[in-house]
Design a protein around this ligand. Sequence first.
Ligand SMILES: Nc1nc2c(c(=O)[nH]1)N=C([C@H](O)[C@H](O)COP(=O)(O)OP(=O)(O)OP(=O)(O)O)CN2
Ligand SMILES: [Zn+2]
Length: 135
Amino acid sequence: MPITVCRKEHFNAAHRLHNPAWNDEQNQTTFGKCNNPHYHGHNYELIVRLTGDIDPATGYVYDMKRLSDLIKREILDTFDHRNLNLDTEEFRHLNPTAENIAVVIWNRLRPHVEEHLAMSVTLYETERNFVEYHG
Ligand SMILES: Nc1nc2c(c(=O)[nH]1)N=C([C@H](O)[C@H](O)COP(=O)(O)OP(=O)(O)OP(=O)(O)O)CN2
Ligand SMILES: [Zn+2]
């Protein structure tokens, strides 16, 4: 019977939503205050979920300490307290929307989790705006 283990983390990051192929007016119309050329920050809340069967030997689907260490190494050490547009390779040429950040996070974690486990990522950009990605 599959069951889901979840780990919640948070990180702070600055970003600017911008499409370099558009002029200033198009960018402003589309992205509004998130197009501020001086950037702005969010307190991101990240939930990673792993779904699978319980290992009868351990009683675990996946060791949450191991999941915590993985998220710290692959996500927090890379994105926490960074300017996503300027400081990270991933978003140098990719608009750091909540959708794109969630997909990047999923892609960074997936190779490190056993294939028989299903993985999803929920990313809150604000208390009321969040995205989910299941791969
Ligand atoms: N599909 C998307 N839409 C929007 C994204 C996004 O990443 N994907 N991002 C933004 C802004 O960056 C930000 O999330 C919006 O901030 P804000 O309007 O302040 O949202 P709040 O929830 O804090 O405030 P409300 O007044 O409750 O909306 C915009 N759109
Ligand atoms: Zn924003």
